[in-house]
Design a protein around this ligand. Structure first.
Ligand code: NDP
Ligand code: OXD
Length: 314
């Protein structure tokens, strides 16, 4: 008999159908069922579920659940909402997602490196003025977070000729990147970064990690790119640093509240580029294969893939 794998998702009908279409061929030996369609007997057998913005009640209704495969790389909400639950959470760890994120990091780094916000402003005022362009090697980019996404992004920036430094919780080695860890390490990275890119997970420790004090460590004229989660940055502090001229620009893809509310001052701030959470959209085909590999491995060996550490929150 085929193993029943529920897809527990609060997505639009079209999105759900598209995920089912990607997952079904990747899991030919399993029966994929939406949470609402599980029979009582099926519910009692489920050991692994696939989740995307799940309703907590649907997960808690599975008495033998051992682990959940998230379709998203960011699992902060899932981990927080299921605190205390026995089952493991496995985040989406897809090399294609990391490549897409690295592309976004390069794109927005080049946007700042090539002074595009300034030339846009000049165009509006019909100003024809050229500014000095440093070599990429003369520009230090600091990456906060050197996990699946930060590592590939750092490598891409190195390939492009930038000087790259990075920060993680535990020490990491990446060829061509000066790496730091721990509290003192953050200070070092911020002090030398002309562009700082945030790819940290949102946890109790990283909440408002970029605040008035830490943003003050950045050199004058530095810029921020936040592609991780909004609440890692204290928005009020960021606005103050931009308004007083200490920082020159911020590219924000993620916000405390999404969609960004219409009354948010961020929409119209001249030194902020607002993006609607588009840095690294999950590719359903590649993500489905990653999820399927993890599930097939578990079904054949009983081994749960590397899981989120619930104490650390990522
Ligand atoms: P990983 O878990 O693979 O990596 C997290 C990195 O952050 C690790 O290097 C980790 O350190 C470091 N870190 C965690 N806590 C701390 C801390 N307290 N101090 C210093 N470093 C810390 O995550 P991913 O790379 O897969 O994803 C990062 C985040 O990107 C996701 O959590 C999600 O929020 C966001 N994201 C955004 C998307 C978008 O489209 N905007 C798309 C996908 C994800 P260590 O190496 O020591 O463990
Ligand atoms: C994700 C995201 O976590 O899009 O995959 O932020």
């Amino acid at each position: 008999m085929k193993t029943v794998i529920p897809l527990i998702a609060q997505l639009s009908e079209a999105e759900t159908a598209a995920w089912l279409a990607a997952l079904k061929p990747a899991l030919p030996d399993c029966t994929l069922v939406l949470a609402a369609d599980l029979t009582v007997a099926q519910r009692a057998t489920v050991e692994v579920a696939i989740a995307a913005n799940p309703d907590l009640a649907d997960l808690l209704a599975l008495p033998r659940l051992q682990w959940v495969q998230s379709l998203w790389a960011g699992v902060e909400r899932l981990v927080a909402e299921t605190a205390g639950a026995e089952f493991a959470v496995v985040k989406m760890s897809d090399p294609q997602l990391a490549a897409t994120m690295a592309e976004a990091v390069l794109a927005w780094t080049l946007y700042l490196h090539r002074d595009m916000p300034r030339y846009q402003t000049q165009q509006r005022a019909q100003i024809w003025r050229q500014h000095f362009l440093p070599l990429p090697s003369q520009r230090t980019i600091g990456l906060l977070g050197l996990g699946d996404l930060g590592t590939q992004a750092a490598e891409k920036l190195v390939q492009q000729g930038f000087t790259v430094c990075g920060w993680s919780r535990t020490p990491r080695m990446i060829a061509g990147v000066e790496t730091f860890s721990g509290e003192a390490g953050l200070n070092e990275v911020l002090q030398q970064s002309q562009i700082v890119v945030c790819l940290l997970p949102l946890t109790k420790t990283t909440h408002h990690r970029l605040n008035h004090q830490t943003l003050a460590l950045l050199p004058p004229g530095a810029s921020l790119i936040n592609l991780a989660r909004g609440a890692i940055v204290d928005t009020d502090a960021l606005i103050k640093h931009l308004d007083c001229g200490h920082l020159s620009h911020a590219v924000l893809d993620v916000f405390d509240t999404e969609p960004l509310p219409p009354h948010s001052p961020l929409w119209h701030h001249p030194q902020i580029t607002v993006l609607p959470h588009i840095a690294a959209p999950t590719n359903k085909q590649t993500a489905a294969l990653v999820a399927a590999d993890n599930i097939n491995q578990f079904l054949s060996s009983g081994e749960i893939p590397p899981r989120v550490d619930r104490n650390l929150g990522y």
